[in-house]
Design a binder for this molecule. Structure first.
Ligand code: GLA
Length: 357
């Protein structure tokens, strides 16, 4: 007979202080853990993943995501470390697009273009957090982007849910609804370094993508979907990132390295494996699964070493890379690209899983 058994308290998600913003509002940090010992920290400021531990070949866990220890450091200067990106991930040419009879002008925060939602994108706002404890702890983040905010039309209600799963994967579910036609392209901007530090050029990458999008000098896709075969953009077989990064190729010159959108060979919208990355020395290996049609692979080319946290962590050139699952950049201006339009009554959904093997 079982005695009146008290339910074992689960504490796989713990809230702590993360600092104070200029307007006096407080930011929080949530620590999610699973039974294996994986630990993911997420702040409600920008919904950013601030650290994430993963096991090496000997089972030793170390931090593999770049980030800071306080919200003040994020405000002082972060190249989107770990953050939720929206309302539109990556660039919109001239910061301008037209829906029906209306043309919308967004802030130009990247030369002549608008990048990652404008001057104050979803990476720089406080999200409302709802934690859910359990074997697979969950953090649900909600934000209402107002009609006209950063130039975009429509009140956009967004939720992003992080779930730390038993199999050492982090699942990110995105959802959004609007009350006016708008454009949406959400992603996460985690900078990974599976070695736990140092340059990322020895990482080995596979992308199940037979095409990539060549860009102009200001990194706007030209409209072409170019075959990767025979170029330094071919990651269809496991390839060391450093092998082609210094190539004389014009596209590499424009991106100052890799900063391009790869189009998956499998264009289905089901959750499918689309790539893998490993660090041969530590033996850490991560698989990426997504419902999105493409991925921006950015090799940290704009990192200059000026990003420093109070904790003394500094992040020099190419010490992190991003694998941002998404729709193509500048889709609102390129009718041949898969649509990023969201209408009232529809629900935008997107799921990405980063799984450690
Ligand atoms: C994206 C862009 C890059 C760069 C980073 C942030 O990946 O494509 O050009 O702006 O974000 O620094």
């Amino acid at each position: 007979m079982t005695a009146c058994s008290k339910e074992k308290p689960v504490t796989n998600i713990v809230k702590s202080d993360f600092g104070v913003l200029a307007d006096g509002s407080k930011a929080d940090l949530y620590t999610l853990t699973n039974a294996n010992g994986m630990e993911v920290k997420v702040t409600n400021y920008g919904g950013a993943i601030t650290s994430w531990t993963a096991p090496d070949k000997d089972g030793k866990y170390a931090n593999i995501a770049l980030g800071y220890e306080t919200v003040e450091d994020y405000v002082a200067g972060s190249p989107y470390f770990g953050a939720i990106i929206g309302r539109y991930g990556n660039r919109i040419a001239g910061g301008k697009f037209t829906l029906g009879d209306s043309t919308y002008q967004l802030p130009l925060n990247d030369g002549p273009n608008s990048l990652h939602g404008g001057e104050k994108g979803f990476d720089k706002v406080l999200w409302t957090a709802t934690p859910a404890d359990g074997e697979e702890p969950q953090l649900k983040l909600s934000y209402l982007a107002k009609d006209g905010e950063q130039g975009y039309p429509g009140n956009l209600q967004v939720t992003v849910t992080y779930t730390l799963q038993k199999d050492n994967s982090l699942k990110i579910d995105y959802e959004a609804t609007t009350d006016k036609e708008t454009v949406v392209n959400l992603t996460n901007h985690t900078y990974f370094n599976l070695a736990g530090g140092g340059a990322i050029t020895d990482h080995v990458l596979t992308l199940d993508a037979d095409r990539f999008l060549p860009v102009s000098e200001t990194l706007i896709p030209t409209g072409e979907r170019r075959a990767v075969a025979g170029t330094v953009f071919d990651f269809t077989r496991a390839t060391r990132i450093g092998d082609g990064i210094g190539a004389g190729d014009e596209q590499i010159r424009f991106g100052k390295g890799y900063d391009h959108c790869w189009v998956f060979t499998d264009s289905s919208t089901t959750l499918k494996p689309v790539g893998r990355v490993s660090d041969p020395k530590s033996g850490r290996e991560m698989e990426v699964l997504t419902t999105e049609p493409a991925i921006q692979f950015y090799s940290g080319n704009f990192m200059t070493g000026e990003y420093k946290g109070k904790g003394g962590r500094s992040y020099p050139y190419r010490t992190g890379f991003c694998l941002e699952t998404q729709h193509y950049p500048d889709s609102p201006n390129q009718p041949s690209f898969p649509s990023t339009l969201l209408k009232p009554g529809e629900t935008y959904t997107s799921t990405t899983v980063y799984r450690f093997l």
